[in-house]
Design a protein around this ligand. Sequence first.
Ligand code: ATP
Ligand code: MG
Length: 579
Amino acid sequence: MKVTQQLFVTLKEEPADAEVRSHALMARAGFLHKLAAGQYTYGPMLLRVLKKIEAIVREEHEAAGCQELLMPALQPRELWDSSGRWDRYVADGILFHFTDRKGSEVCLGPTHEEVITTFVKRFVKSYKQLPLILYQIQTKFRDEIRPRFGLMRGREFIMKDAYSFDASEEAMKASYDVMRGVYYRIFERSGLRFTPVQADAGAIGGSGSEEFMVDADTGEDAIAVCRATGYAANVEKAVSRISAAPATPEKVGIHKEPTPGAKTCEALLELFPQLPIERLLKTVLYEATTEEGTSVVAVMARGDREINEVKLLNHMNALDVQLASPETVKRVTGAEVGFAGPIGLAEEVRLLADSSVEGVDGFLCGGNETDTHYLDVWFGRDLEQPETLDLGLVQAGDLVAEGEGEIEITRGIEVGHIFQLGTKYSSAMDAKFAPEQGPTEPYWMGCYGIGVSRVAASAIEQNHDDAGMIWPIPIAPYTVMIVQMRAGDEAQDALAQEVHDNLEAAGIDVLWDDRKKVSPGVKFKDADLVGVPLRIVVGRDATDRKVEWNSRSEEGSEVMDVDAALEKVKQAVTEATAR
Ligand code: ATP
Ligand code: MG
């Protein structure tokens, strides 16, 4: 393909709202254009990338025996009521929903568990038709709170979603393992560096789930990893062991201390320099919304620990948890924010504690009175130890829960998420099959998502430099770029044409910069920006059948015979696709 036959425009300016490199570079290179928040036109170059990712996704799914189908994006409310998810998704605000001309409520699908379950329910009646894994590649719609980071978090984005149906729990786990293998191969073949991690199942639900994280400092997700044991989990889900609090002091009586304006642990430590931070117990107030309504919950934790709101939400079986408003804090503690404690809270408050408080005694805690804390408080003597459970956020330096090793926190971009759903949807939707013996049973399900458009963005987050994008060969818009220094020069025209035809004949896609009135400097700048991974420069030495060869990811270039350069290209392609 010649550049002059393409819509090929590069811009000097980055969009003002581009917060991450992948967005800025893709916008400058004409790969995408923002229509509205979280909605992008995918230009021809980007579409080539997406099609390559989709091809890898399809090949690996087909190889594992999955079948492709296509479901409607527009879905009726009744379907979502039948699984019980409509209210939660509406409350979350994630669902795009509206009323059609007949007055029926509909939504634009953020995910397709309900649609696939009604489809399979209609056609799969017997255990003999199982196992079954179906998938589609389709645009999904989510009214994200903060659509940003370009393709990373769209309100409209391309997802591959697959669903497995099995006759038993063991069979579901076997399908899950098959899909885990499919995911490994897809991300490996795409040329990405990634880490699979244990994950929270969120609103999708189910019993077990893992996320595939592309390693990138700009990732929105924090991951707890232990190099010694291989443990890796999203911090939303991660568990750890923490060091014990220092030995407790002698028992002295509980008493109030004036703590004017001391609303944070730091301020309190300044007032009580002799107190180790572990003996300062904070009490954080939340408003939790469940199907029954909103209630206030107070969570205690050691001063050096943070509370994991995802664990709290799961424990409360809540739709949402938020820090309590100052008005609520005042109502249930009688004090301003910053002085809440476990003693003397309003009746309506449910008190929980993170397991970090276990064994801590003689501590400082809020007095439920503005500018006041209690000191030398003992569980058992001054108050009952509240229900304790793991509600803590794992921190760097914690000990791994099983085995020996330390936790580090790294960052990643979630490109895939796989779930064991159990019978959550099939039971709710009465979707059953006849087993070999006995009455009908609900299918055992799994679901498996890949953010196809997010994969493209994450590849660039992981592979770029100051000059532009660096596409991994397997998903690059073009594999080779021919930069012709002087288009119109007879020897150069002929040699560039030869390189072009030779590579196309070998099934390698090539973009040929044949622009006439553009300087070599601009051509090199554009080639760097667009990030085609392999480059052949056809210039002055064309008369000697010599070209310059270089790889976008490596410094420097080499002048060589054209046949040797073609050989280099073919070798690089073979290596990159042999994974
Ligand atoms: P996140 O935690 O990033 O919001 P999620 O856990 O809600 O994502 P899933 O329901 O697991 O997402 O969706 C499957 C996959 O779809 C994700 O692993 C991710 O790659 C992709 N994805 C989800 N939301 C978006 C989005 N707003 N824009 C682009 N890709 C997305
Ligand atoms: Mg997810």
